[in-house]
Design a protein around this ligand. Structure first.
Ligand SMILES: [Cu+2]
Length: 109
């Protein structure tokens, strides 16, 4: 039966999404903290944003290069493309890096 084959996976995903949504909204304020590591690809001093090639952060975001805002705008002027950084990131906020710190390069020999 075509209708049933379609609607069962839909129903299941609605249940799963509903469950994870409920657990997120049950948290107060900032979500769980994760440690972020990545390599700066681009610095936009005007917009105060960083394009960072980030490592996989389990439960937060897969490895990818993307644009981030920062909590401390002063750090942007201290960074340049190629710099390795660490930062704090939080569940529910996938666009901001907090407490960005320069990290020793892994590629150093
Ligand atoms: Cu991303």
């Amino acid at each position: 039966m075509k209708l049933l084959r379609l609607s069962l996976p839909v129903l299941l995903s609605v249940l799963i999404l509903g469950y994870s949504g409920a657990s997120i909204s049950a948290q107060k304020g900032r979500g769980k903290e994760h440690v972020f590591r990545g390599k700066v690809e681009k610095v936009d001093e005007k917009a105060k944003t960083l394009t960072v090639n980030g490592e996989n952060v389990p439960g937060w975001m897969a490895a990818m290069t993307m644009l981030y805002a920062v909590d401390n705008k002063d750090v942007v002027a201290k960074l340049k493309a190629g710099d390795e950084i660490t930062a704090k990131v939080y569940d529910g906020d996938q666009q901001t890096l907090y407490d960005v710190q320069p990290a020793p390069s892994k590629t150093k020999k």
